[in-house]
Unconditional design. Structure first.
Length: 341
């Protein structure tokens, strides 16, 4: 376990140093956007996904020790970057409640639902979102980029591989948010809007982390846009390795225009399937924000045969696709933080 942790930390640091040298010999002074883009690399993606989806992390189930280790790892990388926590530290702890397992019911984080559940025999799960920020020039406008870091844990009754590693779901998305956080810092420029980098817990148990955040965050009305990742590292169709589904709020056409221009300008190796949606409420944590009429970007590469199965392992990740999506997302997030839409 210790050897695995040390190896992935070393690769993460090495990946960062290799990327920062990308413009060292460039004859032209790069723009802030180019500086950030140059830090995004495959070495970091492999290190981050490799650690989070390793057998030693036992599937990162929310409320269990393995999930807490994953949260600690994410927070340690944010601290290493010099990223400020959103609150007093990087963690936003919360509890979710459900009636005891012989009765039907879902885990709940809403105070009214919790009050009813606690009147009887009930379950309690303790979870943590991991949250960091870069303060913008305009403190009254906020944008958020997020991905859930929990997965399905272990099933000791399975005959064979018992660990749901969750490399694509959603270590791939966590890696993208981590790399984009580092890219924002590397620009050397303060964004116009405050940017929150969010790593949600409890998504697999009902979007619990993002729901708790939206219910409890005092400045939720200042949030102007949200970018979500959930499963961005696999191929749904092996004959189309560059394909990515791109959902965005139909009433915010700039989100679609930005990606089209960036794919061409930076020669990104992606074939986006553009899907404007009146209110993108399906599938993942984007739903929490779309229901509050917050404009959404959401990257997704569709399902695959290992979805929610133990076979979702790092060896099956399309690393080129993951890195290209991360680059496209940084460019879009940079615009969301700085431009009108």
């Amino acid at each position: 376990m210790k050897a695995t942790i040390c190896k992935y930390f070393l690769y993460t640091i090495l990946g960062a140093s290799l990327s920062y040298n990308a413009y060292a010999t460039s004859p032209k002074k790069p723009t802030p956007e180019q500086k950030g883009l140059a830090t995004i690399n495959q070495e970091s993606a492999k290190a981050q996904v490799g650690f989070l989806a390793s057998d030693e992390l036992e599937g990162r189930e929310a409320g269990w020790k393995s999930g807490r280790i994953a949260g600690n790892y994410i927070a340690s990388l944010l601290q290493q970057m010099g990223m400020k926590p959103l609150f007093n530290d990087y963690f936003q702890p919360f509890d979710a409640y459900r009636v005891e397992r012989q009765k039907k019911g879902r885990l709940q984080v809403h105070p009214d639902s919790i009050a009813l559940i606690r009147e009887g025999v009930h379950q309690k799960y303790s979870m943590r979102n991991v949250l960091a920020k870069i303060e913008g020039k305009n403190k009254d406008e906020i944008v958020i980029i997020g991905a859930h870091y929990d997965h399905l844990g272990i099933d000791p009754m399975l005959d064979g591989d018992q660990i749901y590693n969750g490399a694509d779901d959603n270590a791939s998305g966590v890696s993208a948010v981590l790399q984009i956080a580092r890219a924002f810092l590397a620009t050397g420029a303060q964004p116009e809007r405050t940017v929150i980098f969010a790593f949600w817990d409890g998504e697999e148990k009902g979007l619990l982390g993002s729901q708790y955040f939206a219910l409890s965050y005092p400045d939720i009305n200042k949030v102007k846009g949200y970018l979500n990742f959930d499963m961005i590292g696999r191929n749904n169709d092996e004959s189309r390795p560059k394909q990515v589904v791109y959902f965005y709020t139909e009433g915010t056409p700039a989100f679609g225009e930005w990606l089209k221009k960036d794919v061409e300008k930076y020669n990104l190796q992606l074939e986006p399937d553009y899907r404007p949606w009146d209110k993108p409420v399906g599938g993942s944590d984007n739903s929490t924000f779309a229901k509050r009429n917050i404009p959404i970007m959401w990257y997704h590469t569709n399902g695959h045969p290992d979805y929610h199965l133990p076979g979702d392992e790092p060896a099956k990740i399309n690393w080129n696709k993951l890195v290209e999506i991360t680059k496209a997302s940084f460019l879009g997030m940079w615009k969301m933080a700085n431009e009108s839409f």
